[in-house]
Design a protein around this ligand. Sequence first.
Ligand code: ATP
Ligand code: MG
Length: 579
Amino acid sequence: MHEMEAFRKLQPERKQDADSSQEQIELNSSVEMRSPSPVCHIQPRKLRFASPPIDEEPQKRSSPIHTRSSAAAAVSPPYRKVRALRLFDTPATPKTILQKSRNHLSAAVAADVARKNQIEERPRSLPLHNRVKDNFQPQWNVNPFTPDSFLARNKKRCRTQFGRDNLSNRSLQIFLNSEEEKDDGEGDENVELVQAPKRLALQDTNISRYQKEFLEISLIGIGEFGLVYQCLNRLDGCVYAIKKSIKPVAGSFFEKRALNEVWAHAVLGKHDNVVRYYSAWAEDNHMLIQNEYCNGGSLQSLIQKRCLVESELKILLLHVAEGLRYIHSNDLVHMDLKSGNIFLTKMPSLHKSNTLTMAKEFYEDGMDGIYEELSNTECITTYKIGDLGHVTSVKEPHVEEGDCRYLPFEILQEDFSNLFKADIFSLGMTLFEAAGGGPLPKNGPEWQKLRNGEVPNLPTLSTEFNELIQLMTHPDPEKRPSSTSIFNHPILSSMESKSKSQLNQELTIEKRKNEILLRKLREAKKLLKQYEQNERVNQTPTAIMEQRCLRSYSRKKNTPCKMGGLRDSNKNVINKLNY
Ligand SMILES: Nc1ncnc2c1ncn2[C@@H]1O[C@H](COP(=O)(O)OP(=O)(O)OP(=O)(O)O)[C@@H](O)[C@H]1O
Ligand SMILES: [Mg+2]
């Protein structure tokens, strides 16, 4: 009772502390604001193990929290492992967010209790967020897969750090729970689940993720929104394109655009004809987006050097139409399709070395030369749609007009009734530009003409291709083909239209199939060999005898005069085996 009263006396201060904790939570986006009362979230059971050993510091056991701990010990469910997993912070669900906020509040309460009881603080590194209150900035997280986490597995060290502290935050309890279970005889492996109570929010670390994780190689592009750098990820060794907003994004028009881009990428996931997205984060109020690096640069930079021939245009059309088909199938529209937002990746002949190695192996099997030809393919170009900053949903469109050189008239008139076809118009304009019709006008009579159905025929293109461009840029959006009908257009499906690179692609697919089949064949051969060897090893003396008898019988039949001698030697062998 006396202990409970002491506990209740702490309430006003605890409330105050909860308020300051609340501030912390608001700063940290990963923690939900609506937090329950701190008092009801003290998890007393684990604190029993935070209390000092009975024989060492008995006076500390009078702490109200400790008293409560023993009372609740019996009812606390043994979900230690599950809780420990939650400490890794992902994925954040409403439930985990709520729990994190509880951690904050519990920590604040615990710190208060500690102060009240004038418990000597000793230096310790965990839990990190308990120190935020004392202006201690956490410097790191505990990654369970790194050698650092080994420290946390060290039972002795952990006990010293935590065993006598009077803290009640949830993660500490998880740690202590593992200690409890160890004490109960469960074994040392439980301790390894110890983790800092929460991961550091980016804003807490003050370390530039960009600098820490990436090595900047070069500036590869400057857009209206961002600077794009080619970067090497220090950890995985792969090259990425990182787009950094030029201006601070918070509260500006660019904020929505940046978020739009990230959201669109996240929804669109992975498609061969859409630039792949890896991650996004904020630094100093700037947005950074880590994307797939397209080593062929943009289509814009390519057509600044030369126009594309019809066979190349068909590949471009095929790929971009396929990317659009995918975007449109998600009820999204790009709204800024143009040569500057189409990127190229150039892949050298696939598995060249693999194929060669395999070819050599198969020469031995009498498959000479079959794979030799397969290793002589060229680079394969893939066109990818990028820069998803203007993407919007057709269901609830929020149209931020893209580049006016590529936009149809209806969009400028704010008619958003057929946004899919706006993308088709932009693609038509891009083809026209890439085929040599550019540079495209930004306004004026030329601009008007292109929107009035007066797109001129280009002499370098076939009639069909010219007609297709004119159809795609038709003033009436309804008349323009859909991305699916472009994809299935006869101009793209006929064999003659297949360029060398398209054929290369098909060849590559077939090569992949071949490789798989050959691998399977090789494995089957190995298995057969192994099986034969095992058979030989596992043969019993009787079986060997039978086999030899059979052999000698057949020999006898063939060479009757020699069989007697052979039969005798076989007998000797069998006798030896029997002994
Ligand atoms: N993934 C990538 N791989 C290679 N280069 C890229 C990549 N992303 C962007 N770039 C280069 O950076 C330039 C600008 O990129 P992006 O279009 O994404 O920026 P932006 O600021 O949105 O441009 P804008 O709004 O002017 O179209 C591109 O034209 C291209 O040269
Ligand atoms: Mg762009």
